[in-house]
Structure formats: structure tokens, C-alpha cells
Design a protein around this ligand. Structure first.
Ligand code: SAM
Ligand code: DTB
Ligand code: SF4
Length: 336
């Protein structure tokens, strides 16, 4: 005879400190590792229980990306197509005109996106760029979309300006564990990233922060990265989990593929440790099977990037996603 699996899972979840509203900021690597290492069925069942306590399990948020300033970036992020240090064949371009950004936002809205995420290939914005960026925030917001920007490191002045323009979210990923970080990026530190996240949070802008799997990191690095996010003073509102899209010409062009089961485990761990955050199944979906994506949704991912392009790389596009949502009986979250 089987024990009552639901009660068992709830009791175990409570041992892990994730019962009721489930917000904890004192995760240890050991506690996280124990969850990550659970038998797969057990882990997914627990993640699904946690997921259902805060979210409708059949609704997925759709966000659309736009690169408002592409390429020519001075930073050396080893995974990135936009760093000027690598020959990736990407053509650098100037900042996009406001009307083009709004055109993209209108199309995104028509496709069911509720958030528009605008990214620039900068170490951080220059003061001279800010007026145009702030206009984009104001006008996209005016269209009834949530606004998100990812512009690199921010100063106090930058966050104050973004806040007063009404920016809803700022994306800045920790990318990997503190230990592994310097293997991937040398032009700014893990501490720099945490500092920008702190500024954003203190200014009252919602935080979007996650990372990438597939940079050559170990399971322990993946767990440490998620523990860092879960132990921030507030859990990020959105946690994008990217699977590396290996870009030709970057130092990581030949990186080994991430094991799908390990990827699902990371999603489940993010869901359990940050029960009220949107966990976004981010870059890499164009190389994932429907089955792998389905497992990610079951493990607690409830947000995706929609559209045919991420910033510079491919994404499945509307037709493929419509089909996937229909097969899985998922619906897109309604806009405000
Ligand atoms: N330049 C800004 C910055 O780095 O903060 C904003 C844009 S940057 C491209 C945003 C994030 O996208 C990175 O932090 C990284 O997590 C993710 N990303 C970039 N290239 C990727 C790739 N090839 N595969 C997966 N994720 C990637
Ligand atoms: C995030 O975590 N992933 C997005 C968004 N935040 C800015 C970017 C993914 C980029 C994938 C590679 C590319 O398009 O160049
Ligand atoms: Fe530049 Fe951002 Fe790419 Fe790093 S991830 S090289 S900062 S665009």
C-alpha cells in the first residue's frame, strides 16, 4: 500500500521550510542539494505542489524581447554573440528608433505578450542614451504592456531615472555561481552584479534575475547560483533560466550540451526555493523537444520568451508555441 503521497510531500515540503507562504531567505547549499538530488518523480511532485499553491498550473506568461542596441559590447561574457571581443559575424548597430521599438511592441501585444523586454549590448547605459531609453519605457508602458529593460550595470542616477519613467522590471542575471563567474566574465565581478540588483530593488523597480546552464559549470555551481538568488533580501519577481545557446566564434562555441533531466531539476529547485516568483524557461527553447519543455512546465516554469527571436538568437516563434500550448492545454496569462 502506498502512503498518501500528497500528505507525505506536504510534510516533506514543510521540513524544507516551503510550506504555507514558503518565503525563505536562508537556504544552505546542503538543503538545496538534498532537494535537487531527490528521485526525479519525487522532486517534480513536490515542485508541482509548491507551484499550485501560488499559481494556476496551466497558465504561462509570455514576454517578448527586443534588442534595442545590438553588438559592439566592450564586455567579455564568454557566451555572448554581442561582445566585440569575439568574431561571431554579428553586425553591430546603433540604438533603434522609438517608432521601430513601438512597432515591435504592438506586434508583441497582438501575439499575446504581456511584457516587453528591451535589451542593449552595453556595460551600462551612458547618460546621453538615457532620454531615448526613458521615452521607450514611457511609450511601451502607455500601450498597456509591462516594461522590462536590460542595459547592464546601473548607477543610482540611472535607477532613479528608470523608476520615474515608470519602468516595471529590470533584468540583470547573476549568470552562474560566484565561484565559477570569473571563468565566464572577467570585465565585471559577481559583486558588481549583486550591487546593481540591490540598487534596482531599493529604487522600487521589480527584479528579474536568473542565469545560464551549460557554461561548463558543475551541478554544485547551478545549485549555488539558485541559492544566491533565493537568499537575496527579496526573491526576484522573475527568474529566467537560460540554456546556453552556443554561439559560433565565442569561447563557449563547443560547450557540452546540458543534460535535459539536470535542466528540469534546476527549474524544480528554483520553483521550490522561490515559490512565488515567475520562473522563466528562457533561451534555448528552439533546441528543446516539446517533451523537455513540458517537463519544465510541470517542474514549475510559468513564463517564456515568445516570438521568433530572442535578442540575437532564434526562438521557436508563434506557430510552434501555439501548437505546443494547444498540445499541453496551456493558456497565455492575460494582460492587465
Ligand atoms: N548587456 C546586458 C547585460 O549583460 O546585462 C543585457 C543583455 S544580456 C544579453 C542578458 C542575458 O542574456 C545575459 O546575462 C545572459 O544570462 C543571457 N544570454 C546572453 N547570451 C546568451 C546565450 N548565448 N545563451 C543563453 N543565454 C544568454
Ligand atoms: C535572459 O535571461 N535571457 C534573455 C533576457 N534575459 C535578456 C536573453 C537571452 C539571450 C539569448 C541569446 C541571444 O539572443 O543573443
Ligand atoms: Fe555585453 Fe551583455 Fe553580451 Fe555581456 S551579455 S557581452 S554585457 S551584451
Amino acid at each position: 500500500m502506498l502512503d498518501n503521497p500528497t500528505r507525505e510531500a506536504v510534510t516533506a515540503a514543510s521540513d524544507m521550510g516551503v510550506e504555507r507562504d514558503g518565503i525563505r531567505h536562508d537556504w544552505t547549499r546542503e538543503a538545496a542539494q538534498r532537494i535537487y538530488d531527490l528521485p526525479f518523480n519525487e522532486l517534480l511532485f513536490r515542485a508541482q505542489c509548491v507551484h499550485r499553491s501560488s499559481f494556476d498550473p496551466n497558465t504561462v506568461q509570455k514576454c517578448q524581447l527586443l534588442s534595442i542596441k545590438t553588438g559592439g559590447c566592450p564586455e567579455d561574457c564568454s557566451y555572448c554573440s554581442q561582445s566585440s571581443r569575439y568574431e561571431t559575424g554579428l553586425k553591430a548597430s546603433k540604438m533603434m528608433a522609438l517608432e521601430e521599438v513601438l512597432e515591435g511592441a504592438r506586434a508583441a501585444k497582438a501575439n499575446g505578450a504581456t511584457r516587453y523586454c528591451m535589451g542593449a549590448a552595453w556595460r551600462g547605459p551612458k547618460q546621453r542614451d538615457m532620454p531615448a531609453v526613458l521615452d521607450m519605457v514611457r511609450e511601451v508602458k502607455e500601450m498597456g504592456l509591462e516594461t522590462c529593460m536590460t542595459l547592464g550595470m546601473l548607477t543610482d542616477e540611472d535607477v532613479a531615472q528608470l523608476r520615474s519613467a515608470g519602468l516595471d522590471y529590470y533584468n540583470h542575471n547573476v549568470d552562474t555561481s560566484e565561484r565559477y563567474y570569473s571563468e565566464i566574465i572577467t570585465t565585471r565581478t559577481f559583486a558588481d552584479r549583486i550591487e546593481t540588483l540591490e540598487r534596482v530593488r531599493e529604487a522600487g523597480i521589480k527584479v528579474c534575475s536568473g542565469g545560464i546552464l551549460g557554461l561548463g559549470e558543475t551541478d554544485a555551481d547551478r545549485i549555488d547560483m539558485l541559492v544566491t538568488l533565493a537568499n537575496l533580501p527579496e526573491h526576484p519577481d522573475s527568474v529566467p533560466i537560460n540554456m546556453l545557446m552556443a554561439i559560433e566564434g565565442t569561447p563557449l562555441e563547443g560547450a557540452a550540451k546540458v543534460d535535459g533531466i539536470a535542466f528540469v531539476r534546476a527549474i524544480a529547485l528554483a520553483r521550490i526555493m522561490m515559490p512565488k516568483s515567475y520562473v522563466r524557461l528562457s533561451a534555448g527553447r528552439s533546441e528543446m523537444s516539446d517533451e523537455l519543455q513540458a517537463w519544465c512546465f510541470f517542474a514549475g516554469a510559468n513564463s517564456i520568451f515568445c516570438g521568433e527571436q530572442l535578442l540575437t538568437a532564434d526562438n521557436p516563434g508563434e506557430d510552434a508555441d501555439d501548437l505546443l500550448f494547444a498540445k499541453l492545454g496551456l493558456k497565455a496569462e492575460a494582460g492587465g
